[in-house]
Design a protein around this ligand. Structure first.
Ligand code: GTR
Length: 331
């Protein structure tokens, strides 16, 4: 057993023995550390916390997962690395920042690849979703279920976006993935990859003009307080995983693996339900605060500008073209 792994464990033999009132052998609880970027009350947070509680209960304390909210364990690219090497045990990751590490997942970051959120769920819950899970497993991440992350839209501090011309010259924050830089540049904007936690201040001080995200994140990050134009471009529908570090997964008995898998699936069902309600609530909060939301009647001009992004990606990844076609034709 490695020292680092050993140090992570919480030996609570005495407490367990006392609780059981028996002279049983010491039980070693796995003190699992879970990364979560979102605050308390966010749909993903609630689902992760329910997952942690249920796993602890059903394994009778053999695994004691603890969720660390607000990204306090590091930014997302860092947390992905930490989970890959087993320093963290579980996490809810967006597939956007996963692209630089697990190339196949970049397919999910191609703008407008899914026609709707239902289409995304259908794909991810089926055979194709399993292909992504296999690719993640090759990089030491066991994806047990998929969370909803809605549709991401552009928002900014200066005007509604109705056509790609309205994006011209805007400094837009993107998640850490070159594909998003290409996406914003194709629309005529200037893309700035930046950690989520730094965006609010950058919008406030004018380092950025805008960013893009779903309703719950736009609201819970308080970006809506400084960026009052939210335009429904809905250019990205990216799933998220509930992922377990391979080392942590492999340390479990088959019985405990089954419990963790079942609870991860239940957590995703809960998250998806909370997501629908949470998105609606967040929409109302930002509207009440004075945010101007505009629909985009015709998204074709935005979609057409993505053609070179697709062409460049396929040229670099000819082996992924079939997967792209399979997703696009699956609706
Ligand atoms: C959120 C997502 C986070 C993070 C964030 C971001 O919608 O749930 O995992 O990726 O967006 O923009 O960085």
């Amino acid at each position: 057993m490695q020292t680092t792994t050993f140090m992570k464990k919480t030996v609570c033999a005495a407490a367990v023995a006392a609780a059981m009132g028996a002279m049983s052998l010491p039980v070693q609880a796995e003190g699992w550390r879970g990364w979560n970027i979102h605050p308390e009350g966010y749909p993903n947070t609630e689902a992760l916390e329910a997952f942690a509680e249920r796993v602890a209960e059903r394994t009778e304390g053999r695994i004691e997962p603890q969720v660390y909210n607000n990204g306090v364990l590091g930014d997302q690219p860092d947390a992905i690395e930490q989970t890959r090497n087993g320093a963290l045990d579980f996490a809810n990751f967006n597939m956007g920042p996963m692209g630089p590490i697990v190339n196949e997942t970049n397919v999910l970051s191609l703008p407008f690849i899914f026609d709707s959120i239902d289409h995304m769920h259908e794909v991810m819950d089926g055979e194709i979703g399993q292909q992504f899970a296999d690719a993640l497993a090759d990089k030491n991440l066991i994806a047990l279920s998929w969370f909803d992350s809605g549709a991401r839209s552009l928002y900014n501090t200066s005007h509604p976006i109705e056509t790609p011309e309205d994006v011209e010259g805007l400094k837009i924050r993107v998640m850490n993935n070159d594909l998003y830089v290409e996406m914003i540049e194709a629309l005529g904007g200037n893309a700035t990859p930046m950690a989520y936690g730094e965006v609010f201040q950058s919008l406030k001080t004018g380092v950025l003009d805008g960013a893009e995200n779903n309703y719950p994140s736009f609201e819970s990050s308080n970006h809506y307080e400084v960026a009052e134009y939210y335009s429904l471009t809905e250019h990205l529908i990216i799933p998220e995983c509930l992922c377990i570090a391979k080392a942590s997964w492999e340390s479990l008995s088959e019985e405990d693996q089954e419990i963790v898998r079942e609870e991860a699936i239940k957590a995703s069902e809960m998250q998806r339900q909370l997501w629908v309600e949470g998105s609606q609530e967040s929409r109302e909060i930002v509207l009440d605060a004075g945010v101007e939301i505009n629909e985009i009647e015709d998204k074709t001009p935005f979609q057409d500008l993505m053609e070179p992004v697709y062409a460049g990606f396929i040229e670099e990844n000819p082996d992924l073209e079939e997967l792209i076609d399979a997703i696009r034709s699956s609706n």
